[in-house]
Design a protein around this ligand. Sequence first.
Ligand code: ADP
Length: 421
Amino acid sequence: MATFLGCIADDFTGATDLAGLLARSGFPVSLRIGLPTAPPSDGQAIEVIALKCRSIPVSDAIRDVMAAYDWLRDAGAQRYFWKYCSTFDSTEHGNIGPVSEALMTAIGTDHTIYCPAFPENGRSIYMGNLFVGDQLLSESPMKDHPLNPMRDSNLMRLLDPQTTRKTGLVNRLSVAQGKQAITKSIEKLRLSGVAHIVTDAVANDDLYAIADACQDMPLLTGGSAIAMPLPDLYAARGLIDPKEKLENRPQIAPHAIVLSGSCSAMTRAQVAAYSANHPSYRISPIELSQNGIAAAKTWLMQCDLTKAPLIYATAEPQDVAQAQELLGRDAAGHIVEQAMAQLAILARDAGARRFVVAGGETSGAVATALGVTQVDIGREIAPGVPWTYCTSDGKALALTLKSGNFGRETFFSDALDMLGA
Ligand code: ADP
């Protein structure tokens, strides 16, 4: 069967998060890491393409997304989903709004919705304002993100400078009335020339009502949770094949490595919890810029990989600020990402077969270095973070890519425990 739902995600962990939630439906989900090089001869009903375009120049992001769109269209996609972070990571230049506008033009539609809400993970939208737990986005730890510090919580205000067309809101009062009220609200906004429609959602029921109302829109945009109901909605109308059981997953040797390049508050807690009783080694961009990865390599080579050692660049905001001041923001991030990429290859060649990676950008760098181009989605470790199965240099690996704030404090050991001895 040809592809029906084609999804494009702006980073790797966002893509695994989305693929994991889509796979909860029981339908097999294929995740491609980076733009597929081969034409879409083996496209599955639900395809997710993971790009790395959250923090690159707008024109590059549009180019990459359009190439992914072309692949999905050629695979037969009838519906498209543009996935970004549930904390709406962007700057005043984009890339969320400009990419949406480019997709709308290519698909030939004049409006779309924006719904980054993910209530299970504490992301909700009320009156257009995004909350992280009980804090406004702009008062949450996201205000100090190394690449996209979020200093406003109002999604319309965030979208306005990024886009050329009008923004509007379907507020919670409409959403709470259900599908018909949502459809009516959207139609009213559309007729008044609104192209970019933010939809409030504070609970899973809101997401179901929105997904139900919007399932026939050719383009939807948002976090992963709004896409979760789509496979069942499509299947109920015979638009995708009836359920197939997810296959059993292969046994993967227990040699493991944990790589953390995220500085998000939850990852800092996860690193603290895990390093208390596992071998761990800290790398820093300042030290790496002077001496490269030699010391980290020496440490890694003497590690017992059955003890699942941790290498982390994870640091407190003041340390991140110091490194950025000295090296420049992008260079500091790049040095860490390159180090993680090289260390991942060394770990694989030393026998590591289970990889836990924390950080969206970090995961992108690691997956690229390992040459992983396609994964099958396995069991979820935490909401939005599944194990995935793939091959790297001919070796079968289990790989989990965790976005910064996801998982609970014990995530790293939760993940490894789930695979057993
Ligand atoms: P998250 O998912 O939490 O956003 P990312 O990996 O996407 O994590 O982003 C974190 C960015 O911060 C990466 O570019 C990473 O290389 C960079 N980084 C990690 N550690 C440090 C550090 N100690 N100083 C400066 N930048 C860092």
